[in-house]
Design a protein around this ligand. Sequence first.
Ligand SMILES: Nc1ncnc2c1ncn2[C@@H]1O[C@H](COP(=O)(O)OP(=O)(O)OP(=O)(O)O)[C@@H](O)[C@H]1O
Ligand SMILES: [Mg+2]
Length: 492
Amino acid sequence: MAKETHVLVVDDEKVVRDGCRRVLSGRGYEITTAENGLQALEILGADHIDILLLDLKMPVMSGEEVLEKTRDTHPDIPVIVITGHGTVDTAVECMKKGAYDFITKPFQIDQFLLTIERAADKRHLELKAKQFEAENIRNLYDLNLEKSRLKTIINCMANGVMVTNRNLEVVLNNPALMRLMEITEKPKSPVPISEIITDEDLVDTLKKLLNGETPEAESISQEFRIKQNTLRALSAPAIDSDGAIAGTVTVLEDITAFKQLDEMKSDFVNMVAHELRSPLVAIRQLNSVLLEGLAGPLEEKQQDFVKRGVAKIDSLLNLINDLLDIAKLEAGKFIQHQVPTDIGKIIKEILELMEPRAQKQHIVLSHHLENLKPVQADPKRIEEIFNNLISNAINYSPQGGRVTVSAKGLGEYMEIRVEDTGVGITKEELPKIFDKFYRVKNPKTRQVIGTGLGLAIVKGVVDAHQGSIQVESIPDKGTTFKILLPVIDTKE
Ligand SMILES: Nc1ncnc2c1ncn2[C@@H]1O[C@H](COP(=O)(O)OP(=O)(O)OP(=O)(O)O)[C@@H](O)[C@H]1O
Ligand SMILES: [Mg+2]
């Protein structure tokens, strides 16, 4: 520390100046000397000085005058006054005026060094304190700057942001949220959620998030409409530093344009599928005519080729039908004729149809029907549910498995289960299997041909009947699809 201490010695006597330099510079202090007050003030103005050693009796300008001046200009520099014998009173006077300490001539080296050291310590401590203070102010400034930056970002975001507390009151919102929710008056804060969000499903989701009823660290996505616009809300619990749920955070996005585009795409797929279907059906019919020998007998090889052609056409037609089904489901036009439907009968029929395929793979099909009740449904579409689920169960099972279909009346619902002992689906893949065109990449089922539309159709049909579908699976053990369909209310 001493090395950095710069001492200015001001004395008209050369011996004193030289003496000081000799004693101090040997100990690492940096020394500058001045022989009168004026010179001293000049140096003080130009250099960084840590300690001022000041003789009181000097020509040109007295030490007292220098002291007074430096107290104004450099109040932080400790000043040690040098006095002769018998002038202690003056020294005391100087202390009152702000000098730090005094030493008397002739110097006692030990005492002299001690006094300088103390002054150096004081100087350095004060400099350190100043530095800390500056840093502290800087931190506070940064914090404030950070806050206002965050506010600016949130206010300028195109997406709506909404934060609620534990009581489901909105404590933070941004202009985009107000715009999306078509609220013109700036709400007070906090404001009950009902004044901002009118969609009951979204409010329910937020309640669930607050109660910790949702899978942890997962945000929940849902869509809802505000007049002509479709919005997507992504909500997540706000977790505080102790890991407790402190509220919820929702980001809202206007996806109207995206929805319109999606509709245009569906219309396009619909149109193309229709256009492809008619000529394909015609080609299939012509091939059937050939196969039946109505255009003359076919040789074995020719028959084989035409048969293979028909099989390809059939799978293409299946794909086209699936695409058309999906398009209809998305347009809400899929379920047309809802009548009281006997689920048990449909199950038995489909199982019968599937029997040959199951036998080929040595799979045992069985069913279990209990307490059957009719459901209000479109029988054609219910058939599609079983067609898809049972063919999946067979397709994704190795040789020699078991597929069980059961239907059971449970209060207001029919519970339908399709269980298999097949390859199963991993936990990561489960949420994706109902997506359009999604197929699990499993080397064991690579040979199965499909488009990944089956389960999307199944889910669409179930949803359109106000039902629900769940799936449980253990890899290499098997999969169970469970569907609940509301039964006809007989009390009415
Ligand atoms: N019972 C099951 N056991 C194991 N995996 C299954 C089962 N059912 C469906 N899957 C997996 O889910 C994926 C999606 O099934 P989905 O029925 O939608 O399509 P797909 O069978 O591939 O084609 P398709 O549209 O012809 O039905 C399948 O590719 C398969 O990986
Ligand atoms: Mg399938």
